[in-house]
Design a protein around this ligand. Sequence first.
Ligand code: T1G
Length: 719
Amino acid sequence: MDRPGPLASESADAVAGPTEAVPPNPIQYARQGRIGVITVDYPPVNAVGHGVRSGLVAALDAGLADDGADALLLVCAGRTFMAGADIREFGKPSAPPTLPEVVARLDAATKPVIAAIHGTALGGGLEVALACHLRVALTSAKLGLPEVKLGLLPGAGGTQRLPRLVGAAKALDMILSGDPVGAEEALALGLVDAVEDGTSPLEAGLRAAERLLADGSRPQPVSARTDRIAGTDPALFTAKRAELAKRQPHLFSPHRIVDAVEAAVILPFGEGTARERELFLACMDSPQRAGLIHAFFAEREVAKVPGLPAGTPTRDIRKVGVIGAGTMGGGIAMCFANAGIPVVLVDSTQDGLERGVAAIRRNYDSTFRKGRLTAAQLDERMALIHPTLSYDELADADLVVEAAFESMEVKQAIFQTLDRTCKPGAILATNTSTLDVDAIAAATGRPQDVLGMHFFSPANVMRLLEVVRGTRTSDTVLATAMGLARRIGKVGVAVGVCYGFVGNRILHQRGRESMALVEEGASPEQVDRVLTEFGFPLGHFSMTDLAGIDVGWRIREERRKAGDPEAQSPNWLDTLAERGRYGQKTSAGVYRYEPGSRTPIPDPEVAAVIEEDRLRRGIVPRPVSDGEVRERCLYVMVNEASKILEEGIAARPVDIDAIWLHGYGFPSWHGGLLFWANREGLGKIAEAVQRYHRDIGGPQWRPSALLLQCAAEGRALGC
Ligand code: T1G
């Protein structure tokens, strides 16, 4: 088992991420002419930790005491303005000054303070800027309050000052989505006072300060403004609460955000700020905060593969080939085109090629219609995708991703052709979701250049990429694929070779238990309701209908043909598939769907098929409780995940958490499967796993030794 990861803390809810050494003084004060310049320099993102907070107060005092300074300029070194409070400090005792104290000092400053913004001014960083008297931004800047993504709300005046600048409705939208706005939009909203291009933040800031002193005006602090909140319709908050109750019933902090922004409208600034503090601390105490912050760091931690030295050389990827223009191949081609990488899309038939390119075009058209892509961008991306029937056009590709039919013979034949066609040093990847990557690599003379790149459907949308390291895959090839994942906007997670890798292997066990529960007496609706009440966006059977019952059926048919004992007796899902009920794509699967609707409707015909299946198996159905459904569907996943850690197929719990968060809709506020398991209690899970092993049996309930050991020793999984 690997070295304890950053998540191996004594108490389950300690947040991740090593604490970086704080530079002696991350804040410098220097005067330029009659402007006192306060520079923040705390790489990588100028996070507002204790060192920055106390340094800001000291520099502010210096500037206010500096008789030669008529105005003060706050600017940041490096790639960005302050990107928020230092998240690594959350959950730990906080040393003064607090961020609210820092912004109060800025607000009350006796000299005008100008903030010059570049990169991403986020969270506490933007709140610092909002407490300044003037804000100038570079055109490339982004400004936002993303705290809701961490289970929090802006806790340093953001819920009180932002509405005073942009109005309550816009402030609510910005804080509830957590998404940043660009500089031009910020200017239009009144969030910044000027936007400059082609200059440094320091120069832009100095010019803005000189302009301010020249016209002798003294902007009032944002805290004193009420013009944008006066007359706000109280119905705004009622409507938002109703919308949240429907759209985000599980989440805690969004509701507190509405309370805080409402306070900004109905209370004087001081009282509103006090109310914000109460609500912020309530969010800090919510278990969702720890889960969401774990998910934040998990996404970043998985990029650092244990055992793969930092600085491992990588290969340039300037041209990519994709084999197979079907649903997956088309989506994969879009991922590379979206990142500006030319793609050669190969299919075996002209008809297949045309259908594939048409599907890609339809996809981009719908993104264009939603305003998330310009016509120029659409044309540019389509131009980057070059369809062909000839493998010869792959001769100079740097990487080829095979996304053909899920058959070993088909894939091995393709890899033999690629081995003959592609230049030395080209990386050959397979998008198989279940097959043995080593066996595919063995079909070539260059297994060190072969690995799995397992995309998730729809590939141009789902952020997860399982990067499957074969037994012979070289460090350089793995490092290249991991770097490429980030470049195409994916969360790349390195995993080893086994049936179904990490995500599908765990899903398979949950599927097995969901099927068993239905055979024993539960209904598909009950299983799905329990999973959606837990927070999954879709239940197991709705997800099966979305992915297509035929996908699993064909894999089981392959396994039946291959003599796999487990797949011999067809189940009720196979019966549905044989009747052409493939799910959403046929408007009938486990559920029925009205034309054009994705809302699952229970179907008595399916209940009859399930009843027939029970009779055929001699099963007398029994009442099954929601508690049993929850335990069996979730604990079987934890047991399998623990076995995956034992086998080293995943190096750390954080890898499994990131896979289920970004590939299977695991509720982010639970932090991930194993973060949640540690909180649920490994003792409780281990006891139940042993009980089901005794009462139900089957390989899925054979207890993981690691799980039993960690439960017995009272330590978190993977620590
Ligand atoms: N605190 C601590 N570390 C941070 C950090 C932060 N706020 N933001 C980034 N990092 C680390 C990150 O873990 C990584 O470390 C490195 O910086 C580069 O990040 C009171 C309560 C800014 C858009 O939510 O969205 O303010 O892995 O890989 O893709 O109201 O980071 O290299 O060791 O993500 O270029 C609100 C979070 C905090 C912003 C840059 N702020 N950060 O993205 O790089 S709550 C946020 C981001 C708050 C106040 C409240 C992104 C980024 P390592 P990266 P990137």
